[in-house]
Design a binder for this molecule. Structure first.
Ligand SMILES: Nc1ncnc2c1ncn2[C@@H]1O[C@H](COP(=O)(O)OP(=O)(O)O)[C@@H](O)[C@H]1O
Ligand SMILES: [Mg+2]
Length: 462
């Protein structure tokens, strides 16, 4: 493995040599220079990951070399070697942007630890930057497909929201309409993009866990709280927090959330200190929140706070030709993924798709295309490739549940037994793959794991 490249600039030949041996032995790439000028030249040529720089050089001072290096790369990691007790120079060095300094004569073990820590930081930083840029291109505005007037309105909203950084966003729409996707696009196209996007599914977690998840806790707040833990609000500072299925949040948690939105502050569980954060809240729900307010399940004041910026994602069946557009988009995507060459929908399927009510919306469309493209080897997707519910004469009774054979015994049944049964079934089908089982049940992996734990299915061989 490439452990990184170190440039050693020192005029003492013996020291240079022993440093070189020391680092080479550990698998680093090593370049050396005896003067400031040579050091700078080698720096430009090799762009090392870390520079070990003696402050006393025969031509120019180490501090000057440091400044020049920083001009080339402001993020360069430079460790200065100073004379023993020369605190003033050390302070100057740190001010000029050196990562750290070591005093001569130095302890090699300590230097090794310092160097490996510094390089670890570099590689982590690189990884994070790379990931971030990948995410922000993955969640560009053009990752949301649609040209229908309703979707154009949605785009308009999303663009304004992303640019404005205004507070809270509420995304409403049936399951599978793209709420997750829109939430991510808003975050990754806002000025918050390089800060965290934290998400929590309010259905997945029981109330007590939601609070510790959101607000964190102090050491000793409860029996299991062996150490302090930060909550998602703290971790998301500067970024966004995505509260999925907010319609399922309990009233008492809603009250706490409202306080956070109003005051921008909160306390960790068991804590006394107010914690202030700058977090944009993006909430989503497939419930009609207005209706939930009327029914007394959702706080009206919170509803008004959340819907400052409302985004409504229309059901797929109302998006007209977007259905075909999306189908072709997914065909393209899976062509690449599965190395297939499906050309598109047949005319008949296009017609069926435009009439079908899509109870599972875009998710259903995506899953169906994926399934057909795994199973079939045809040029065009044809009616005979479609599951039976697509070829009914009358769609008025279509509900997903009809495809599962449900019977309630005369003595009644515990709904949890059904839930458990479905989870076991999904795990069986996916041979214990939790990510795929969760997908089958339209649950997040956390939500699935929570239920598995509840039913004692975790840690069991499936
Ligand atoms: N307009 C769209 N363009 C492209 N992909 C979409 C669109 N809407 C949804 N999807 C995809 O469909 C799937 C379901 O969307 P998701 O955002 O999870 O829906 P929801 O959160 O509303 O249930 C995801 O894979 C998502 O990327
Ligand atoms: Mg979702």
């Amino acid at each position: 493995m490439n452990k990184g490249k170190i440039l050693i600039v020192d005029d003492e030949k013996l020291l240079r040599w022993s440093l070189e041996q020391n680092f080479k032995k550990q698998g680093y790439g090593v370049i050396t220079a005896a003067t400031g000028k040579e050091g700078l030249d080698k720096y430009k040529e090799e762009l090392p990951d870390l520079t070990l720089l003696d402050i006393h050089l025969p031509d120019i001072t180490g501090l000057e070399v440091l400044e020049k290096i920083k001009e080339i790369d402001p993020n360069a990691i430079v460790v200065l070697i100073t004379a023993y007790g020369d605190v003033q120079t050390a302070v100057k060095a740190i001010k000029a942007g050196s990562y750290d300094f070591v005093e001569k004569p130095f302890n090699m073990d300590k230097l090794n630890i310092l160097v490996s820590k510094a390089l670890e930081t570099v590689s982590l930083k690189k990884e994070v930057t790379e990931l971030k840029s990948r995410l922000s291109s993955q969640y560009g505005f053009d990752s949301i497909i649609g040209e229908s007037p309703q979707m154009l309105k949605v785009f308009d909203m999303i663009k304004k929201v992303a640019a404005s950084d205004a507070s809270t966003v509420l995304i409403q729409g049936e399951s599978g309409t793209g709420k997750d996707l829109v939430a991510r696009v808003i975050h990754y196209q806002s000025r918050r993009a390089d800060k965290p996007f934290m998400e929590v599914n309010c259905t997945a977690l029981p109330e007590a866990l939601i609070e510790s998840e959101l607000f964190g806790y102090e050491k000793g707040a409860f029996t299991d709280a062996k150490t302090m833990k930060k909550g998602l609000f703290e971790l998301a500072d500067g970024g966004s927090i995505f509260l999925d299925e907010i319609g399922d949040m309990k009233l008492s948690t809603q009250a706490k959330l409202l306080k956070v939105i109003e005051g921008k502050n909160f306390k960790r569980i068991g804590g006394v200190k107010d914690i202030v954060v700058d977090v944009r809240i993006i909430a989503a729900t497939n419930k009609d929140l207005q209706e939930e307010v009327r029914a007394g399940n959702f706080r009206e004041d919170l509803f008004f706070r959340l819907k400052v910026i409302p985004i409504y994602l229309p059901p797929l069946r109302e998006r007209g030709n977007d259905i075909v557009l999306l189908a072709n988009y997914f065909i393209d995507k899976f062509n690449k993924e599965f190395r297939k060459n499906v050309k598109g929908l047949s005319k008949e399927v296009e017609k069926i798709f435009l009439e079908y009510p899509w109870p599972g919306n875009v998710r259903e469309l995506k899953n169906i295309i994926e399934r057909i493209m795994i199973l079939e080897n045809a040029e065009y997707i044809k009616p005979e490739h479609l599951p039976s519910e697509f070829t009914l004469d009358d769609y008025s009774n279509i509900r997903k549940i009809d495809t599962i054979n449900l019977e309630i015994p005369p003595g009644g049944i515990d709904i949890e037994d059904i839930e458990r049964g479905l989870i076991e079934k999904a795990l069986e089908i996916t041979q214990g793959n939790q990510t795929r089982a969760a997908k089958l049940l339209n649950l997040s992996r956390d939500a699935l794991r929570y239920r598995m734990q509840k039913f004692g299915l975790l840690g069991r061989k499936n």
